[in-house]
Design a protein. Sequence first.
Length: 303
Amino acid sequence: MSRNRTSALLLAAAAATATLMAAAPSEAAPGCQLVIESGADQWMMRYEPFDQDVAAQEFDVAVVNQGDGPCTAVSRVELRGEQFGLVNEADAQRMAYALVDERGGADVTPRAGQSARRIGVRPLNLAAGERGLMRFSFTAAPAETLSAGLYSQNAFINLETPDGRPLAEKPVTLSLQVPSAAVMGLKGEFRRNGGTPTIDLGELTQGVRQLRTTLYVLSTAGYSVSVASQNQGRLRQGTSEWYVPYGLVLGDRDMDLSRGGRVDVVSRRARLDDYPLTISVGSTTGKRAGDYSDILTFTVAAL
């Protein structure tokens, strides 16, 4: 998904399901035969890095006792040798997450490869032929800006007796989808006039002037920045027909303000880029005294 974001600057002079059976040995739990009857094979969350601090979602797992005796089960999660953390194929760094069995009130996050056994948690009790529902919350709170893409980990939801004997198992893929997105802003010297960032150029003289203002872009992948001038690259005195031409350099890129300029950045990783603003003012000879201004509109779009 691509989202466009704009900012104005004033220059002034002066779901699939699965059935998985794992019958417990009769000596482990006499008469108990738990089957995980349904539940998504992939637990997928979407994370908007510039709109959310935390991604969280709940997922249900339906369980049935097909045996002729009662079942008492608690949940655990295992990774089967995989290192803990969601990972993107283009990024070796793993992202921590949390899993909680909401019914039992137990943290079942497999931080050490499997979740710890906890005493005193509320078990799932099913009589013969009875069905039950287990609810798990999946949460991730990235500490830094992520690159766009899918972050995932394969895990196994295990149901076992309170003393650790196996009853049933379900494999799931834990996933976090990060879309392509970008935001921008200004830093340095400027003031706000009616919500619009305004740069005062002082006395208008011909020549190149590096402003003490920088446009920054924060993105999860590639992006484009475009700029449009209300007066097509001219500072205008009020509503008159008196103009002073000028040019804009964004970082090291010359922007064509007469038609609109654009910068494209191709990347598969998250980025934080700074673009110092520089202007070149044309001849002011013979121009009427007064205040001259133009409005620049910057737009950032994820690629």
